[in-house]
Write a protein that binds this ligand. Structure first.
Ligand code: UVW
Length: 332
């Protein structure tokens, strides 16, 4: 049985093979990675993530900061400042963490976001994900004593690609329009051109909105109104979505929580509340990076009239997870 009979309009399901689980990451070929490596001219590197206990407060209600706990040794003792009971000069600390995988700098896996669509053409919409994988067949749903798990499209698939390619930074801090600072196609193209950036097949588009800078500067005291005023992509702009498709970019990474904005965006009833998520994660297999931080690399790139760099950002190789913390690095 084919997994789907109908695919959403504008989707590329099947283009990378019926069993494909990494989407546009297929476009990061060895040749394109060599082009990315050529951007590492100085050997200087920048961290592009937040500390994983940021945004020191709640942006999404259900996502909590990480909680470190000690593990216990085989003798039941807390394994912190731990020594062997029968002697030896060794002193050992060992810990574990309760970690909401999408609290801080993160990758959205292709199993993170789906849509209601009648892919088997029986007149009833299913919950489908990239390439036609389905909630009812390809996930273990959480229940009493049952842990959830993505049996397809888990983040381990992204990890296997190693996530290394050419980053293209576009500063949109002053490009937003209207009270909600929405960045649509025109504004993004203007910023790309003004900054001498080129977005080509297999690139990682990095959207610098300034959101991460506010979090890094003000921590738990950050001004919520100032965060809300930071720009974000307008996922309802059809021309923007078409360009994302045509450009061949492999992933979009932003320093804000969702890449796109929900505030001030008008949608038709019954359509996706997060249309850029739907376009990228469901239809095209484009991974989204969120809550990254460009406050150190961006001034360096601007001072050297550059927009491109080598990006290395593997997620945790955690089988079955739908997303992952990210600890991305840019090398110039
Ligand atoms: C949601 O889709 C709610 O979250 P994220 O922005 O992390 O993808």
């Amino acid at each position: 049985m084919p997994r789907w009979l109908k695919r959403p309009e504008g989707s590329n399901w099947g283009a990378f093979g019926d069993e494909d689980q990494v989407g546009r990451m297929n476009l990061v070929t060895p040749e394109r990675r060599r082009r990315a490596l050529a951007e590492a001219k100085e050997g200087q590197c920048f961290f592009l993530g937040l500390p994983l206990d940021y945004p020191q407060g709640k942006i999404f209600a259900g996502r909590n900061p990480p909680r470190l706990e000690p593990t216990h040794g085989s003798d039941g003792r807390v394994m912190y400042d731990w020594t062997f009971a029968d002697g030896g000069s060794d002193v050992i600390n060992d810990d574990r963490v309760v970690l909401d995988l999408q609290y801080s700098s993160q990758w959205d896996g292709l199993s993170h976001y789906g849509c209601c669509f009648d892919a088997d053409s029986d007149g009833v919409a299913e919950h489908v994900f990239y390439n036609g994988f389905r909630s009812d067949r390809d996930f273990v749903q959480p229940g009493e004593g049952v842990a959830p798990r993505a049996l397809a499209l888990g983040i381990e698939n992204l990890a296997r690609t190693c996530v290394q390619g050419r980053g293209v930074l576009v500063d949109v801090r002053h490009a937003g329009a209207g009270p909600h600072a929405l960045v649509g196609y025109e504004a993004l193209m203007r910023a790309i051109e003004a900054q001498g950036a080129e977005v080509e097949e297999g690139d990682f588009l990095c959207i610098y909105t300034g959101y991460g800078d506010l979090l890094m500067r003000d921590g738990e005291h950050v001004d919520r109104a100032a965060l809300a005023a930071c720009p974000g992509l307008d996922g309802t702009d059809r021309r923007l979505l078409d360009w994302i498709d045509r450009s061949g970019l492999a992933a979009i990474c932003a320093d804000n929580p969702m890449v796109e904005k929900m505030e001030g965006v008008e949608r038709c009833v019954g359509t996706a509340r997060l249309p850029l998520h739907e376009h990228c994660l469901v239809k095209l297999g484009i991974h989204l990076g969120e809550f990254w931080w460009f406050g150190a690399i961006a001034p360096w790139l601007a001072a050297h009239r550059r927009a491109h760099f080598l990006l290395t950002a593997p997620p945790l190789n955690l089988p079955g997870a739908v997303g992952s913390p990210a600890t991305p690095v840019g090398t110039v």
